[in-house]
Design a protein around this ligand. Structure first.
Ligand SMILES: [Zn+2]
Length: 730
C-alpha cells in the first residue's frame, strides 16, 4: 500500500523538493509554548544550558526531546547573536524549516518576538518564492526564515553569491543533513568555501533536533562514526544536551515507557481463502498470455509459487512484473497494445486483491470487502473493456460468499478484539484518556475509524483521523486546512477522544495532551520512535505497541537499543577534548569533499537521439522527445498540434494555482478504453498547455526499439529544451 503512494504521486508542482520531504511535519514545540514565547517569558534553566555553547559562538547541534521548547532556545541564541555586534556592524540570521507549516509557524514566532525589539523579520517559502527578489529580502532584513531549497536555488543561480552574507544559520530538524537533502547541499557550499581556503567569514551553524540518529549502526563504534559524520556535515564542534538540569527537563517533558503487547491473529481467515483463489485465477490468466507468447516475462511469473499473498513482498513483486510487462514488444503493434493492456489490468487487479488481504489482516473483513467493492465500482465507471468485464464477473461470482463471510460474527478479527479490550480497559481506568492510534496505511486508518464508529462497545469514542497530504490513486490526501481542523477538533472537542493517524504523518506533528499512544503494527526507525514518544506528553502517559508478530517486538527492541547506543555515544563524544574532536571532524570533511568532487565529474551522458513516448498502459504513441519542452527546469510539456489528438481532458475537481501555474484539468490517454492518467492541463502565463509525468509513459528508442521506464524526469537524460514562448502559436 505504501509503495502505491509513491508510485502514483501526483505531479509535484507544489515544491521542487523530492516528495519525501512532503510529509506533514510540525513545529518542534507545542503551541502553548509557542504562544508563551510571544511574551518575554523567563527561560527555563535547561533552555539556558542548551543555548550556552551556541552563545559562545560554537557551531552546535542542540539535541533535546520533542516538546522541550527548542524554538525558544533558538530565539535566545538568535537574540544574543544579534546583540553582540558592536555599533556599526550587523548580524544576519537565517532560519531553515523543511516543511511549509513549520515555516509559517516559525515565521510568526520570530516576527512576534523580534519585531518589537526593533529587528526586521521576513520569510520566503517555496510557495511565495515567485515574483520576490530573494537577494533583496536577504539584504533588507535581519532575520530571514527560509525553506532550504530557496537558498540552494539562489546559491546555484548566483543571486546569493556566498553564505558569508549570513552570520548565523539555524537548521531545524537538522538530522536531515545527509545525502542530497537541501540542507546538505547548503552545507556542501559552506564546506567547499571553508576547505577551499576562502578568507571570507563563514556563518556560525546551529542545528536543532530531537534525535541525531545512528543510521544502520550495529554497534557503538558504527554509531560513533555516524554521529561524527553528521557533525562533520554541519561543521559542528559541540553537541549540546541537557545534563545539569535533567530533573527540570523530566518535569516538563515526560517520556512514556514503551510497552509491548503481543496480540492474537487469525487462525483461519475464510476471506483470505476466497481472495487467494481469485488471485491464483488472475495470475494464471496473465501467465497463459505470456506462455502463449513464450516471452521472458514468464520467468518473472514462474516464481509465483514462492509468493505469499497479502504481504508487502507480494506487492513489490507484482510491481516488478507490471514493469516487465509494460516494456514487452511484438511486431504486430495492435496485438501488442491489446496484450499489454490485458497484462496491465491483471496486475492492477492483483495489487488491489493484495491490498484487501492486508486490510483484512489488521481490520475487519467488511472493510477489506468494501475496499474491493469500491475498486470494482470505479472500474465499471471507467473504460470497462472485455478483460475488465471478465475480471469483474469472476469477482461477482464470489461476492455472495464474501458478503456472508464478512457478516458472520464468528469471523471477527481476533486482533481487533484485543484492541477493543485494551481501549475499554484504558478508558475504564481513566475516563479522561485521550488516545492517538498509529496505523500503517491510509486504507487502514479509514477502516479502523469505521470499525470504532460501528462498534457499540466503543461508542464513547468519537474518532477523528489525520493523514498525510500525499495522494494515491484511490485516496486524495488531506489538505493542510483539513489537517489543522482535525488537530483542533482533537485538542478542543472533549468528545473527540481518539485520533487515528498514519505513519506518513508522524514526524513532529504536535498533538498536546494525549496520554495513550497505541502503535498498531507500527514500527519506525529510531528518530521516528522518539518523536512518536514525544506525542504522549501528558503525565502518566503510556505507549503501547500492539502486534501479532514477534519479529516486530524484536525490531522495536533493537530500536530501543539503538537509542541507548546513541545516548552513550553522545556522552562519550562530549567527554572528548574539543581540539581532538575538531581534528576528527576536519578529517571526515576532507574525505567527504574528495569523494564529492570525484563523483561530480561523472556527469550523466546526454542521449541526443530522438525517442518515442508511448502510453504505459495501452502502448499507444504519444509524442517524440524532440517535442518536449521544459518549464522552470522541472515541468514537462509537449508542443505541436499532433499531441492534442492523443489525450482527453477532464475538468480537475479542485483547480488550483501554484506559482505561475493554474491547474485546470487532468489529462488521460485518448486510446480507446484506456484513459490512463497522463498528467494535468494547466494555464501557464498566457498558454493553456499539458504537463505530463514520465511515469505514465514508456520510452522507446526509434532505431533499436529498446524500451525503458523512468520514474522521474531527472533520471531520463535526453536533450531537454527549455520552454520558449516565441515558439507557441499566438
Ligand atoms: Zn493509453
Amino acid at each position: 500500500l505504501e509503495n502505491e503512494e509513491m508510485e502514483t504521486s501526483d505531479i509535484q508542482i507544489f515544491y521542487k523538493e523530492e516528495p519525501d520531504y512532503q510529509n506533514l511535519s510540525q513545529n518542534s514545540s507545542p503551541p502553548s509554548e509557542v504562544s508563551h514565547t510571544y511574551s518575554p517569558l523567563k527561560p527555563r534553566n535547561y533552555q539556558l544550558e542548551l543555548a550556552l555553547p551556541a552563545k559562545e559562538g560554537k557551531n552546535t547541534i542542540i539535541c533535546a526531546p520533542t516538546g522541550c521548547g527548542k524554538t525558544f532556545v533558538s530565539l535566545l541564541i538568535c537574540e544574543h547573536h544579534l546583540k553582540k555586534f558592536p555599533q556599526g556592524q550587523k548580524g544576519k540570521v537565517v532560519f531553515f524549516a523543511i516543511q511549509v507549516p513549520v515555516y509559517e509557524q516559525q515565521k510568526s514566532v520570530f516576527s512576534n518576538y523580534f519585531e518589537r525589539r526593533g529587528y526586521k523579520v521576513a520569510g520566503i517559502s517555496g510557495e511565495t518564492s515567485e515574483n520576490v527578489s530573494v537577494e533583496q529580502i536577504v539584504e533588507n532584513n535581519d532575520i530571514i526564515i527560509l525553506t532550504p531549497q530557496i537558498l540552494v536555488n539562489s546559491l546555484k543561480s548566483g543571486t546569493i553569491p556566498s553564505l558569508s552574507v549570513f552570520t548565523l544559520m539555524i537548521f531545524d530538524e537538522c538530522h536531515n543533513t545527509s545525502k542530497h537533502h537541501p540542507y546538505n547541499m547548503i552545507m556542501f557550499n559552506y564546506l567547499d568555501q571553508k576547505l577551499g581556503g576562502s578568507s571570507d567569514l563563514l556563518p556560525q551553524v546551529v542545528g536543532l533536533t530531537a534525535s541525531v540518529g545512528v543510521g544502520d549502526a550495529k554497534n557503538t563504534a558504527e554509531a560513533m562514526e555516524y554521529i561524527c559524520k553528521l557533525c562533520a556535515s554541519l561543521d559542528t564542534s559541540v553537541i549540546s544536551t541537557v545534563k545539569e538540569n535533567l530533573q527540570e527537563l523530566t518535569e516538563v517533558v515526560y517520556k512514556p515507557e514503551k510497552d509491548f503487547r503481543k496480540v492474537e491473529s487469525w487462525t483461519t481467515n475464510s476471506f483470505k481463502y476466497i481472495i487467494s483463489q481469485l488471485m491464483r485465477e488472475t495470475q494464471s490468466l496473465a501467465k497463459s498470455i505470456l506462455d502463449e507468447l513464450g516471452t521472458t516475462t514468464v520467468e518473472n511469473l514462474s516464481h509465483i509459487q514462492n509468493q505469499d499473498f497479502g504481504t508487502q513482498k507480494y506487492e513489490q513483486w507484482i510491481i516488478a512484473v507490471q514493469k516487465a510487462c509494460v516494456v514487452f514488444q511484438l511486431p504486430d503493434k495492435a496485438e501488442e497494445s491489446r496484450i499489454c493492456k490485458a497484462l496491465f489490468l491483471y496486475t492492477s487487479h492483483l495489487r488491489k486483491y493484495n491490498d484487501a488481504l492486508i486490510i483484512s489482516e489488521h481490520a475487519r473483513i467488511k472493510d477489506a470487502l468494501d475496499y474491493l467493492k469500491d475498486f470494482f465500482n470505479n472500474v465499471r465507471a471507467a473504460g470497462f473493456d472485455e478483460t475488465e468485464q471478465d475480471l469483474t464477473r469472476r469477482f461477482e461470482e464470489k461476492l455472495q460468499e464474501l458478503e456472508s463471510v464478512s457478516m458472520d460474527p464468528s469471523n471477527e478479527n481476533p486482533k481487533l478484539q484485543d484492541l477493543c479490550f485494551i481501549l475499554q480497559e484504558e478508558y475504564h481506568l481513566n475516563p479522561e484518556t485521550r488516545t492517538i492510534l498509529f496505523a500503517k496505511t491510509r486504507a487502514l486508518v479509514d477502516a479502523l475509524k469505521k470499525w470504532i464508529e460501528e462498534n457499540p462497545k466503543l461508542s464513547f469514542l468519537r474518532p477523528g483521523i489525520l493523514t498525510g497530504r500525499g495522494k494515491t490513486s484511490s485516496n486524495t490526501g488531506m489538505t493542510l486546512p483539513a489537517q489543522k481542523c482535525a488537530l483542533d477538533a482533537f485538542r478542543t472537542d472533549g468528545d473527540n477522544r481518539i485520533l487515528i493517524t498514519t505513519s506518513v504523518a508522524d514526524e513532529g506533528i504536535d498533538i498536546a495532551q494525549c496520554n495513550l499512544v497505541i502503535l498498531y503494527e507500527y514500527v519506525g526507525n529510531v528518530i521516528k520512535m522518539i518523536q512518536t514518544r514525544g506525542r504522549g506528553r501528558a503525565k502518566g502517559s503510556k505507549c503501547l505497541l500492539l502486534t501479532s508478530d514477534a519479529d516486530v517486538i524484536e525490531k522495536e527492541k533493537i530500536n530501543m537499543y539503538k537509542e541507548k547506543m546513541m545516548n552513550d555515544c553522545i556522552l562519550n563524544l562530549q567527554a572528548w577534548n574539543e581540539a581532538v574532536f575538531k581534528e576528527k571532524i576536519h578529517q571526515i570533511q576532507i574525505h567527504e569533499k574528495f569523494i564529492r568532487d570525484s563523483q561530480g565529474k561523472a556527469e550523466p551522458v546526454l542521449d541526443k537521439k530522438n525517442k518515442k513516448l508511448l502510453c504505459r498502459k495501452c502502448k499507444a504513441f504519444a509524442c517524440y522527445t524532440a517535442d518536449i519542452r521544459v518549464i522552470e527546469e522541472c515541468h514537462y510539456t509537449v508542443v505541436g498540434d499532433a499531441f492534442k489528438e492523443c489525450f482527453v481532458c477532464e475538468k480537475h475537481p479542485k483547480p488550483k494555482s501554484f506559482g505561475s501555474f493554474e491547474k485546470r484539468a487532468k489529462i488521460f490517454c485518448a486510446g480507446e478504453n484506456c484513459r490512463h492518467d497522463w498528467g494535468i492541463y494547466v494555464k501557464y502565463r498566457a498558454f493553456e498547455i499539458p504537463v505530463i509525468k514520465i511515469q505514465s509513459f514508456v520510452v522507446e528508442d526509434i532505431a533499436t526499439g529498446v524500451q525503458t521506464l523512468y520514474a522521474k524526469w531527472t533520471d531520463f537524460h535526453f536533450e531537454k529544451i527549455p520552454f520558449d514562448a516565441a515558439e507557441m502559436p499566438q
